[in-house]
Design a protein around this ligand. Structure first.
Ligand code: ATP
Ligand code: MG
Length: 432
């Protein structure tokens, strides 16, 4: 059963990790692709700007009169006109000068066709004799005083851009899978953390169901035994009476257990606002104290109560809070042998209102103290069963107090007695 639970949780954890990796991975890949294309655009933009600057310098040389004076241009002179070193001078694969009628006038580098057939502007081209080398070509008209004096076409190798982009591609090719592995590991780790509370509450629920069914099975068996005993022939009316009385008693105890279980299941979580009332704690606790004083006296216990002089107004669900205090008082009376003392005290402690139930009973061993608020937990199963406890009273009390924003603290010394304190926050909602 446990291994089945583990398999289910591991599968859910894997699924969580997978979905996390998928979603984070797709974000990462999209981001990487966008980054790559932005870099391509950026690099090409810088390259085009430099190519354009070079072409402007070349065209300026022509505009400066070279063309008018010589009526033809020597392109060998153009890229280093005026002795200026052009940024592209050694990467320019070719440069061509065309007349306004698009007839070739002069060129440098690869031999072009006699007429200018290319579109104006930037183009990325590949030469047929150098298929792996991409060129960026710029063709633009050159004007002087508003008059078209020719066309300039230059091309430079895109190798530097390619190199930069290749480094980026390499970085992404190595980096993205590495980041994906980190993401999937993180997903697995986070999946584990996310599943932990679900796993714990599932195991708790399983334990609770197992305990509850065990608790119900015992009285059911007792009912069945009593019924069978009462039906044995020849029927003895006296024995039948005893059997029926036993069945009635056990059924009553089962009814209490079922209502306790229902209570725990229904009242889990927050309180409903309409059930909250402003009560005077002292007035409200006095009848409960009187009730338990009576019970304590019957058991031969000394019962005392101490309340503050002033009234303590608190916003609580009175029925639930009564149940919580009653569970503590009932424990104190139950686990204190006759001749002992039980004391109910209410006092204010900084921002808390404390309802303390103190007894001089058998006490709780230190090792059991952290567990007494767990459902079905009993310090000594045999002893508690003799005294009729299910091990639910403190769990119910804690659930009620926590729903009110408070806490229960237990202190005890084995053989000397125990003190259980309900601490309720004394906020602006509450007034003295
Ligand atoms: P139930 O309250 O459901 O009838 P219970 O009294 O056994 O049964 P809890 O009230 O939850 O269950 O208490 C859990 C256990 O803590 C008890 O079984 C008992 O062993 C121990 N305990 C609680 N209060 C005291 C106390 N005042 N003195 C000694 N032991 C206590
Ligand atoms: Mg109890």
């Amino acid at each position: 059963m446990r291994s089945l639970v583990l398999t289910i949780f591991n599968r859910s954890r894997r699924n969580l990790a997978r979905w996390f990796t998928l979603s984070m991975g797709s974000i990462l890949v999209t981001f990487a692709v966008i980054l790559y294309f932005l870099e391509v655009k950026d690099q090409l933009g810088i390259f085009d700007q430099e190519l354009y600057n070079t072409s402007r310098l070349m065209a300026a040389g022509v505009e400066d009169g070279l063309y008018q004076e010589q009526q033809r241009i020597s392109l060998e002179d153009v890229p280093i006109l005026g002795g200026e070193a052009l940024p592209f001078d050694n990467r320019i694969v070719y440069a061509r000068w065309y007349t306004p009628k698009k007839q070739l006038l002069e060129f440098f580098g690869i031999t072009p066709s006699e007429r200018l057939n290319n579109k104006l502007g930037f183009q990325t081209i590949e030469l047929s004799d150098r298929p792996n080398q991409q060129l960026r070509q710029l063709t633009l008209p050159v004007f002087q005083n508003g008059q078209l004096i020719g066309y300039l076409e230059i091309a430079a190798s895109l190798a530097p851009v390619e190199e930069t982009l290749w480094s980026l591609r390499l970085f992404l090719i190595v980096g993205v899978p590495m980041a994906l592995s980190v993401i999937s590991l993180t997903g697995w780790f986070l999946g584990g953390i996310a599943m932990q509370p679900i796993r714990q509450s599932y195991e708790q629920l399983q334990r609770f169901t197992a305990d509850a069914s065990h608790e119900l099975r015992t009285p059911l068996t007792a009912i069945r035994n009593n019924a069978q005993f009462g039906l044995i022939e020849p029927i003895d009316p006296c024995q039948q009476q005893i059997s029926l009385e036993n069945i009635d008693r056990i059924a009553e105890s089962m009814g209490m257990l079922v209502s306790d279980l229902l209570f725990l299941a229904r009242n889990e979580g927050k309180l409903e606002l309409e059930t909250i009332n402003l009560v005077n704690l002292v007035n409200w606790l006095q009848p409960l104290a009187a009730e338990y004083s009576h019970q304590a006296k019957e058991k031969g216990l000394e019962f005392t109560s101490e309340f503050p002089q002033e009234s303590v107004m608190l916003r609580v669900n009175p029925d639930l809070m009564r149940q919580a205090v009653a569970n503590l008082l009932s424990n104190a009376c139950r686990y204190t042998p006759s001749g002992g003392r039980v004391c109910l005290r209410v006092f204010l402690q900084s921002r808390w209102v404390v309802i303390a139930v103190q007894d001089s009973g058998i006490g709780i061993p230190e090792t059991d103290l952290p567990h007494i608020f767990e459902r079905f937990y009993r310090v000594d199963n045999v002893r508690s069963r003799q005294t009729g406890g299910f091990g639910l009273g403190l769990a119910i009390a804690q659930q009620i107090v926590q729903a009110h924003g408070g806490e229960i603290i237990a202190t005890s010394r084995l053989g000397e007695g125990s003190t259980l304190q309900i601490k309720l926050p004394f906020t602006s909602n509450f007034s003295v």
